[in-house]
Design a protein around this ligand. Sequence first.
Ligand code: FES
Length: 113
Amino acid sequence: MADAAANEVRLCAVADARERPFRVVAAGRALVVWMAADGGPRVFADRCPHREARLSAGYVADGRLVCPFHLWVFDESGRAVGPDGAARPTCAVRRFDAHVRDGAVWIDAARIE
Ligand code: FES
């Protein structure tokens, strides 16, 4: 039986992701780690689907991640949200499952390849 923890990659300290969107490269993939309103981590590809800006250069407002360039907003699931608060069904950033252990954010390496 494989040890699931053996495949995990530590992305950053929870405190780092809480302070601001945190850029990390894992398994060759650029990721942004941030903490959602529910206190859980969110890990997205660090590339805005609009014009590929780094979302890690943005900020969190009202529990959503804001791209710094044209201020597109992404909810906790990675869906773009319009000014009216409605999710745009055809626009999203890729999201990866992650969890917290020992004060850090971890991800299964197999999920980011
Ligand atoms: S590049 Fe992100 S909103 Fe334009």
